[in-house]
Design a protein around this ligand. Sequence first.
Ligand SMILES: *Cc1c(COP(=O)(O)O)cnc(C)c1O
Length: 469
Amino acid sequence: MSQQSPLRLIPKTDRVLDEPAVVALIERHGRNQVMHAIHSAQEALRGELRSSNGHQPDAAVLMIRAVQLVSRQLDASSRRTLRRAINATGVVLHTGLGRAVLSEAAAKAVAEVARGHSLLEVDAETGERGQRLDHISSLLRELCGLGDDYDALLVNNNAAAVFLAVNALASGREVIISRGQLVEIGGSFRIPDVIRSARARLVEVGTTNRVRIGDYAAGITAETALLMRVHPSNFRIVGFTEEPPLAELVALGRERGIPVLDDLGSGAVIDLTRYGLTAEPTVHASVEAGADVITFSGDKLLGGPQAGLVVGRKDLVQRMKRHPLMRVLRPDKLTLAAMEATLRLYRDEDRAIREIPTLAELTASPQVIRERAERLSSLLMDLPLAVTLETGKSQVGGGSLPGEELPTTVVALQSESIPTVVLARRLRTGEPSVWGRIQRDRLLLDLRTVTDAELGGLAAAIKAAVDSP
Ligand SMILES: *Cc1c(COP(=O)(O)O)cnc(C)c1O
């Protein structure tokens, strides 16, 4: 008797749909999703049978295998892809892992505004229409020590803030900037490209390492609309360097009637040198030096939601507010809720340091991190893993304070049976997803960027990764 093609034994769609386990899956995922999953399971079985070299399979076994494949695929495809992660990399502002973590107060404000209606653009006192930016502009004025002749606004991110400022204030005209500040802030944000696409002409002055006030002065023409300073956030030039202080640039601008745009990048609101960190230009210092428009990120050192903040002379900020691009770049209510709540915490500096995760992590004492590492290692005691505590260095990340190394304690993991890269992948794909870094064939978990509340989940995730079949 000739052998039947084994492919004919692949369970038919109707039969799979009748399996009790699959009926339950239809309840959970809906018929469409289940049909999709059955078709791809059949496809997978075809592949498996073709490569099984004529070995005659058993129909019942194939059905069990089909149901298993359907269930696995539905599990995988119904998991949200934008899920929670535990950042054990020690990089405080990790762009891939979502940069700044919001404070509890900010997260609560977001949830409240998301779940119901809100006072987004109304004035409760008069019952009239209000302005969405009012929720943050007076707070920003207060925190940055700005007078009534200053205004503030918020856009989608700092790249948008710079773009809007250049477009609204210098379109069709010239922007003077030092050659040493023609920086790239990651991927597609290069200052020369931004200026060009904002329809302004870039005028470079000075050299890569040195620029003097006279260079700026010599670059000014009747076409000059802005003098621009960009903080080189993510690198440092050391050695034979020179750059005029911002106040000198401002003085030159005042004398020639040209506004100064200062792109701070991170924009610390608090002076972090008080907590042992290297000086990062603060918004206060820039205001004091007299910059006309200042831009900075919401989710770098500020520790809030992704946003670009602008503070500056009222007439200039008004021009930006009235620009048609403002409607394109305006922040949504969730961002505004998170930003308002974050800025409110800054009214009390101690509270900001305690409650804004970015600031808490940057200023965490080595002792606190050490204790956290000890607690994690004691939670891992029964696992078949070599667990050691070591000193290490955390980074600020997010293009802030380049080269700054913060002393920390890492928990180093190594397994005899599981290669370190496999262990790392299991942790990344687990629930919650866990990210560390590999060094000398060990997985290092830096406890600076892990909260106490995450320790239990982290230990459970490590156990699951070690136990995984
Ligand atoms: C980070 C940075 C930007 C871009 O800010 P985003 O908020 O990421 O858009 C622009 N300029 C400087 C100097 C920066 O450091």
